[in-house]
Design a protein around this ligand. Structure first.
Ligand code: TMP
Ligand code: ASP
Length: 240
């Protein structure tokens, strides 16, 4: 199937979305733009768009094989991918295996504590409110999802974690935490959407604990480009 890129439907902080001739399919185009702290910090990570596109697609193909439905259809070029058109469930679903970031800050603990079991939390995806933390009862009250949808989201999110943790360990990376988004295709089926990349995951080298993700940009550590390239290099060593 050849998907034709038509009018732009949406531009986000890291991606643009275009219509195609098929109303059920859109094209996602990944940018090199990087933002943090709800867009207050802005910059560029050269080559990020292509890496995030190819890494997301690589991982989504693997997740599909592992039984997690995703929006992925077909990689079109370095930066662009055809995906199923979804209505995004306005929740950021965050899984953590090791303390870091807002968890460490909120609960006053150091980064790097390995949890006995992964945690899950939700943020209400709303830039005006700064994506506030929300619990499942609040999500139900706000009609962001049904009880059944929340249960499916939770099951898929832990499934993604189980798969990704083992897979990334195989390429020398500890999966610290990550954020997922889910969407509903036209018949209401829930699928994994958005991206899985160093923008949306914390990835630490298992030996050196060096940060191989967007925290290099968020925290002005330098070497963001090299970190993204290193993750990609390790990922591509594994063929699919
Ligand atoms: P946090 O520790 O800042 O809450 O972030 C948890 C994970 O979620 C981390 O891997 C980065 C990712 N994340 C996003 O993908 N988008 C966001 O807007 C935020 C705040 C975090
Ligand atoms: N991408 C998000 C923003 O700009 C936050 C982040 O990833 O830290 O707000």
């Amino acid at each position: 199937m050849v998907y034709e890129k038509q009018n732009q439907l949406y531009e986000g902080k890291a991606k643009k979305v275009y219509a195609t001739q098929d109303p059920e399919v859109v094209i996602v185009s990944y940018k090199d733009d990087a933002t943090a702290f709800n867009g207050q910090k802005k910059g560029t990570i050269t080559g990020k768009g292509a890496i995030n596109n190819r890494m997301t697609n690589n991982l989504m193909r693997r997740l599909e094989q592992a039984g997690i439905p995703t929006h992925y259809i077909q990689e079109l070029n370095d930066r662009e991918t055809a995906v199923k058109r979804v209505n995004i469930v306005p929740l950021e679903v965050i899984i953590r295996n090791i303390s870091a970031g807002s968890f460490a800050k909120r609960y006053g603990v150091e980064e790097g504590i390995v949890f006995d079991a992964p945690t899950i939390e939700f943020s209400y995806k709303n830039d005006d409110l700064g994506d506030p933390l929300i619990n499942d009862y609040h999500a139900l009250a706000l009609k962001l999802a049904t009880r059944e949808e929340l249960e499916t989201i939770q099951k898929y999110a832990f499934g993604v974690n189980t798969f990704l943790k083992i897979f990334l360990k195989g390429i020398g990376i500890d999966l610290v935490d990550f954020k997922l988004e889910f969407g509903k295709i036209s018949d209401g089926t829930l699928v994994l959407a958005d991206e899985i990349s160093p923008d949306t995951c914390r990835l630490w080298d298992e030996q050196t604990h060096e940060k191989l993700d967007k925290d290099r940009f968020r925290r002005d550590l330098g070497g963001a480009e090299e970190a993204y390239e290193e993750v990609m290099r390790r990922l591509m060593g594994e063929t699919l």
